[in-house]
Design a protein around this ligand. Structure first.
Ligand SMILES: O=P(O)(O)OC[C@H]1O[C@@H](O)[C@H](O)[C@@H](O)[C@@H]1O
Length: 308
């Protein structure tokens, strides 16, 4: 990392330190109102802890395997440029390639209002294996914005090729909850979803999603806002998106979790994934030379307080 960037990071009270995960650096930001960790491996926002509270993001103690496409369950994996299994190559990783390569820190600083800004980047030219799996040239950026109220992720993908780029994607956020059985997801009432645990049949959501146990659903043409209500932490997490037409809600439940070697048996009790996505009918193409932005805003507040 160049000296100027290091200095900018230091001015934020930030540091870059080697992490055990894939032997790749992490960026740590410690501020009076919050602390945040960005893992350069996969470009995960790994942790965001508001002062005096528990992390908004979940991380598993299970480090996953050592192989290139082994995954660890933490923070916000970026699923891009394909979601689920690759349509042609069953040896390619599920949920795309972006979470398996080292991203580069390219900017550290502040927004005008004092919020902390961290920018990271991944480009197709960064690794021959990326170009092998995805021959269309691209550049990805994530602009993270942190304040004591929460965080934002502005994920942008530029198609640098001369062909249309077909995309399905998700910011696959693992939200940390006190107990999945008492957690509720609000805001998806009356939205049609594809239930992957029911032969991909379509249903209409009735009321809130609760309990958040053994769920694998894609809400199509979903609203831009939903909320996680956590009675145990007396906390509400307000999730707002732009450029995302689908919302994926996932919790593996006990049986699936036990069958996975890359997840602790009880991990599923501590998270629910609510993912800002564009998948299935909401998948799209980026025109040659075009750019697509997927924005996620996450705020925390008391369960008993209206959003300010
Ligand atoms: O790749 P990860 O982090 O293990 O997540 C896997 C899950 O991700 C969810 O988004 C999918 O809807 C599930 O079908 C899938 O099992």
């Amino acid at each position: 990392m160049n000296g100027q960037l290091m200095k900018a990071l230091e001015e934020l009270g930030g540091e870059i330190r080697p992490a055990s995960f894939k032997k790749c650096d992490e960026i740590i930001i410690d501020q009076p109102g919050f602390s945040a960790v960005v893992a350069l491996w996969g470009g995960h926002l790994a942790s965001f802890i508001p002062a005096g509270q528990e992390d908004l993001l979940f991380q598993s103690d299970n480090q996953g395997g050592e192989g290139r496409f082994e995954r660890r369950h933490f923070g916000i994996p970026v699923c891009w440029p394909w979601f689920s299994a690759h349509k042609k190559h069953d040896d390619y990783p599920t949920h795309g390639l972006a979470r398996y390569f080292r991203w580069e820190l390219i900017e550290a600083g502040r927004f005008k209002n004092g919020d902390v800004k961290i920018v990271i980047r991944l480009a197709s030219e960064d690794h021959p294996l990326i170009e092998e799996m995805w021959p269309l040239a691209f550049e990805l950026r994530q602009v993270f914005r942190f304040s004591s109220k929460g965080f934002r992720v502005n994920f942008s993908a530029a198609n640098l090729s001369d062909q249309p780029m077909p995309i399905s994607e998700a910011l696959h956020t693992y939200f940390n909850v006190s107990d999945n059985l008492s957690t509720e997801v609000h805001g998806l009432d009356q939205v049609i979803y594809v239930d992957k645990l029911d032969k991909s049949n379509r249903h209409i959501q009735k009321g809130v999603i609760a309990p958040c146990d053994s769920l694998d659903r894609v809400y199509l043409s979903a609203p831009e806002k939903c909320e996680i209500h956590d009675a145990g932490l007396q906390r509400k997490i307000v999730i707002s998106t732009e450029g995302s037409d689908s919302t994926v809600v996932w919790n593996p439940g006990a049986e699936l979790a036990k069958n996975r070697t890359d997840m602790g048996d009880d991990d599923y009790r501590q998270f629910v994934c609510v993912e800002a996505a564009n998948v299935m009918n909401d998948a799209y193409e980026i025109a040659p030379g075009g750019i697509h932005q997927l924005k996620l805003k996450v705020r925390h507040q008391s369960l008993y307080e209206d959003e300010g």
